[in-house]
Design a protein around this ligand. Structure first.
Ligand code: NAD
Ligand code: TYD
Length: 360
């Protein structure tokens, strides 16, 4: 039985991961530490709230005392670290929170793990021999932007371009330093763009689904030809689970969907699927008519693509869900969960949880 601290478990990927872990590893215990920022929504885990294997703690990873208390009080032997400020556009308008959470928060977690696993209770015993592991969940954006060809490998030099990717790059370096300097049993994953249920409707796919359902314009930045490599969120969860169980300590694993698409193709796919599933707009117009090209994002990375050879050949992981199947599942989920989108966009879910847990 593992005692796993999952940070940021009320966000998009973290909540899907917790549900996946409880199903796949029924003997493990999970503590979810989440600050409940605008992106954290405990309703994402309403179905597991009462599970005796699951404990939610509302708190900030930057709060060093709290993090240390959780390590000792809950006898944490495993960390899967998702908590972060995650949206590039927000990092352009307000970078400070990205530096605080993504860099200082990661540092606190590393320090707490170092103290709990390396200093006590048995100095000199290799923490990885005791089964301790710290998985740091990161992004392919740390590698910068690609031209027309090529793909990011684990050896690609870091070249972050946004405050978001720079803060994630910084946290990756700290994690790696704790392995080399102190022997902390860390593993790093760098993954491409995720999509699926429970994604906050500020990111491209849920934003476009939400706007297209309401007949609002669909903002496409620049010429719409920027490329992202899309991965269904449960495939990412299984990749992290695989790295946690089988990965080599100290290593980095790239994770990708082998599914490169231009943004405009993604937006058109959503429009066509919604027209098919819900009928066209009033007046018989296609949803593609809502597409509006807008001013480009500052420093907009042109193309991301992942070479996932290492995780495939070493650990046997490959994505199971194609882009077509994943988009269909995702759209069906948003169509069946309109109340979720409404509560997230009008903020009513926050009022409910603020009454329960207090304001962030
Ligand atoms: P998200 O924004 O949906 O969720 C982030 C979660 O972290 C929220 O629940 C939020 O409340 C919590 N959080 C933020 N600051 C915190 C703090 N100081 N203390 C405690 N909790 C805090 O993000 P996501 O899309 O689920 O991404 C999760 C992780 O995966 C991030 O580290 C991100 O960099 C990485 N990642 C995301 C993608 C993607 O496509 N979304 C791809 C690769 C890697
Ligand atoms: P996003 O979902 O923000 O992820 P990331 O910036 O981390 O890759 O954006 C995905 C792509 O879609 C990116 O190239 C920017 C673009 N985009 C738009 O064209 N319109 C939008 O409204 C948003 C949010 C993103």
């Amino acid at each position: 039985m593992k005692r796993i601290l999952i940070t940021g478990g009320c966000g998009f990927i973290g909540s899907n991961f917790i549900r996946h872990m409880l199903k796949q590893n029924p003997d493990d215990r999970i503590v979810n530490l989440d600050k409940l920022t605008y992106a954290g929504n405990p309703a994402n885990l309403a179905d597991v709230e009462k599970d005796p294997r699951y404990l939610f703690v509302k708190g900030d990873i930057v709060d060093a005392d709290l993090v240390k208390d959780i390590f000792s009080g809950q006898q944490i032997d495993t960390v899967v670290h998702f908590a972060a400020e995650s949206h590039v556009d927000r990092s352009i308008t307000g970078p400070a929170e990205f530096i605080r959470t993504n860099i200082l928060g990661t540092f606190n977690l590393l320090e707490a793990a170092r103290e709990a696993w390396l200093k006590t209770p048995a100095p000199g015993v290799d923490a990885s021999e005791k089964g301790c592991r710290f998985v740091h969940v990161s992004t392919d954006e740390v590698y910068g932007s690609l031209g027309e060809t090529g793909a990011f490998q684990e050896t690609t030099p870091y070249d972050p371009r946004s405050p978001y990717s720079a803060s994630k790059a910084s946290s990756d370096h700290l994690v790696s330093a704790y392995f080399h300097t102190y022997g902390l049993p860390v593993l790093i994953t760098n993954c491409s763009n995720n999509y699926g249920p429970y994604q906050f409707p500020e990111k491209l796919i849920p934003l476009v689904i939400n706007n297209a359902l309401q007949g609002k314009s669909l903002p496409v930045y620049g010429d719409g030809k920027n490329v992202r490599d899309w991965l269904y969120v449960i495939d990412h969860g299984e990749a992290i689970r695989t790295v946690l169980h089988k990965g080599r300590v100290g290593e980095t694993y790239n994770i990708g969907g082998n599914s490169e698409k231009q943004n405009i193709e993604v937006v058109q796919t959503i429009c066509d699927l919604l027209d098919e599933k819900t009928g066209k707009l009033p007046g018989g117009k296609d949803r593609r008519s809502l597409i509006t090209y807008v001013k480009d994002r500052a420093g907009h990375d042109r193309r991301y693509a992942i070479d996932a050879t290492k995780i495939r050949t070493e650990l046997g992981w490959t994505p199971q869900v194609t882009f077509a199947a994943g988009m269909e599942k995702t759209i069906d989920w948003y169509l069946s969960n309109k109340a979720w989108i409404a509560s997230v966009t009008d903020g009513t879910y926050r009022e409910y949880y603020e009454k329960m847990y207090g304001k962030s």
